[in-house]
Design a protein around this ligand. Structure first.
Ligand code: SF4
Length: 320
């Protein structure tokens, strides 16, 4: 059984007139998305800004509400759980945010930030036990007891991200959604955080949904990956297979843009023309057709479904 099972998930936001309580248009941020994540697995999620990656990540942990579809965690449908029940389930899935500065309360000390989650879920009987747990968590993420009474502004960006990770770990989750956890950090610090996440995965068997616009980072970190375009998954499967033989023209363009240090490489950069269309009025047929270099007539009228092209490799393209 998969740890997380997402089926035909859709997240929409109403746009425009609220005066008469009738939203005339909707923004389809996530459109008919299905995937699974197994225990101890990293699933990468890539795509351009605005493609719906963050909304999908937030929907998985129920920070954004779905209009249709389902999310099951360890076989339990959590899509419509009420707040009180959801709070107890949140112990099993956590989120690490991109902006470590605004995701940590500036008025709380590190001990309070990490200890809060332990207290909410009643994971320590006394204040002393809670403090010991906070110190152990800090040591796991490369900090120590001397940081207990410090405030977030007293740390570097990389250290704040470590605190965010320690907070997520405090409740012993089985899945962590990492939303661009390293994109605001220097390259050397990015590597440290990635290695930390990987070490934690090996020691605790945590599964990740790892969201990034940086395909090189996803390739390095993820066992499996999915590529999103305009709210839809256009390619999903084994990371190595997709990176070596991308089948969707959009994935091919993304991979061609990754810096290649091999002097003998024959890789050619594919430059896409135009901007991604608006998710408020997506194009007919294949959502990628206005930018696709090999689009043909049927692409303009018929939307391609995801279909299997090889073992653990699905693509939504008529010509793949
Ligand atoms: Fe391009 Fe057509 Fe494939 Fe869409 S379905 S990616 S437009 S070839």
């Amino acid at each position: 059984m998969a740890l997380l099972e997402v089926r035909r998930l859709a997240v929409q936001f109403p746009i425009g007139e609220r005066l008469f309580r009738t939203a005339k248009r909707v923004l389809r941020a996530v459109d008919d998305v299905s995937f699974e994540i197994h225990s101890g697995e990293s699933m990468g999620l890539v795509g351009e800004s605005g493609c719906g990656k963050t909304t999908l990540g937030r929907a998985v942990v129920r920070l954004s509400e779905a209009v249709s579809g389902s999310i099951s965690f360890e076989g339990e449908d959590i899509t419509a759980l009420k707040c009180s029940t959801l709070r107890s389930r949140r112990q099993r899935f956590q989120m690490v945010f991109q902006d470590s500065h605004s995701s940590l309360n500036p008025r709380m000390t590190v001990e309070e930030i990490i200890g809060e989650a332990i207290e909410i879920h009643r994971l320590a009987r006394t204040r002393e036990v809670r403090r010991h747990r906070v110190i152990a968590l800090l040591e796991q993420v490369g900090l120590d007891a001397t940081h207990l009474r410090h405030y977030p502004h007293q740390f570097s960006g990389g250290q704040r991200q470590r605190i965010g990770i320690a907070r997520a770990l405090a409740v012993q989750p089985k899945l962590i959604v990492c939303d661009e956890p390293v994109s605001a950090l220097d390259v050397s610090v990015q590597a440290q955080i990635i290695n930390l996440l990987r070490d934690l995965q090996q020691s605790r068997g945590i599964a990740y949904l790892f969201i990034s616009h940086d395909l090189a980072v996803v390739e390095h970190f993820s066992h499996r990956m999915m590529v999103m375009y305009l709210g839809k998954v256009v390619e999903i499967g084994d990371t190595k297979r997709i990176c070596q033989t991308p089948r969707h023209p959009y994935t091919q363009a993304l991979i061609s843009a990754v810096l290649d240090i091999d002097p003998h490489s024959k890789r050619r950069r594919i430059v896409l023309s135009g901007e991604p269309p608006s998710p408020i009025s997506p194009p007919s047929g294949c959502p990628f057709h206005p930018r696709c270099p090999i689009a043909e007539d049927r692409c303009r009228s018929t939307a391609p479904e995801l279909r299997q092209v090889s073992e653990d490799h699905q693509v939504a393209c008529h010509l793949a």
